[in-house]
Design a protein around this ligand. Sequence first.
Ligand SMILES: [Zn+2]
Length: 388
Amino acid sequence: MGSPVSPIVANLYMEEVERKALGSFKGRVPSHWYRYVDDTWVKIKTREVESFTAHINAVDKNIKFTREDTKDNCLPFLDCAVHIEENGNLNTEVYRKPTHTDQYLLFDSHHPLEHKLGVIRTLHHRAEHVPSKPQGKKKEHTRVKEALKTCGYPNWAFIKSAKMHRKEDQTPAREDKKDRRNNIVIPYVAGVSEKLRRVFSKHDIPVYFRPSNTLRHKLVHPKDKTPKHRLNNVVYAVQCSEECPDLYIGETKQPLHKRMAQHRRATSTGQDSAVHLHLKVKGHSFEDANVHILDREDRWFERGVKEAIYVHCERPSLNRGGGLRHQLSAIYNPVLSSLPRRLNAHSHPGPSDLRKSHDRVGPGFTMSSPETLADWGPHPLSHLGSCD
Ligand SMILES: [Zn+2]
């Protein structure tokens, strides 16, 4: 899963499994079969349940079905609790797992207001559409309102959300949407992001916010971490040996260890990298463990910009003047100079020293902090989000 093609392929595969299972069953096949992705609602004669379960589980060795039977004439399906009434009618209500705690996005959390209004709208929409009876809808609306109030939602938020909802209903779908420029997504920082959106909207560019500092982001890592030396598309900083304060910042789309191997050897063109020249002249060496990943960026242009920003901020002694792919306009200087330095943080050269340092290979600045680069936490620039 993960690729946009995956659900389509999964659906095609499941359809084939179902076709085989339903077509080859010797008993009485289910009268109702409704599937949504991997959840299927089935109505079948009670006497056939066990044999059909065994049958469908024998159709494909890769696909195993688990079964949940009705309990007190109720069977949950997706987010609906479907009750079978005595007269045979079905009555639906909103289904919540027994472990559900009515905990929603807290109103005082650092998220854009529209996301919070979206929570209200989504829950109201569900309260309006899932329960099949008027009293069920009323009960659900009451429950939602109470849960959201516990999460800190004030009355005005409910009113505002309802107003936006009505407005959307009345506005005809915009035909000119296609003509609008690509939208951009920026990390949400309260107070700043809203201002940026106003600037962009003057140019008819829609801006969407993405919370960047979430618990999920910090805690959930579904895949094993790629070892650092195998990461690619990175902006990196090479710290020479611990005794040598010299620093180089570069970017590469290759796995880090390959790029480091290139730094260690001479090139056939004679255009040796600054790192190679330094190692040769000084007789130094560096460990891959002392290479710090400042940032990751898949896109070529953006990676070049990030490299230029890091070089500007960190002023690495081994970067030669002309080596950058991207030249930052001087217009960014006031912003960039307000960013904190993390590497060689205690040795600020003045602007004239900086010029010299670009031409000079050798010990330029001292690093008074004993840590290796690898000990630094996430770089302050690493939250520069992508705009996709
Ligand atoms: Zn060195």
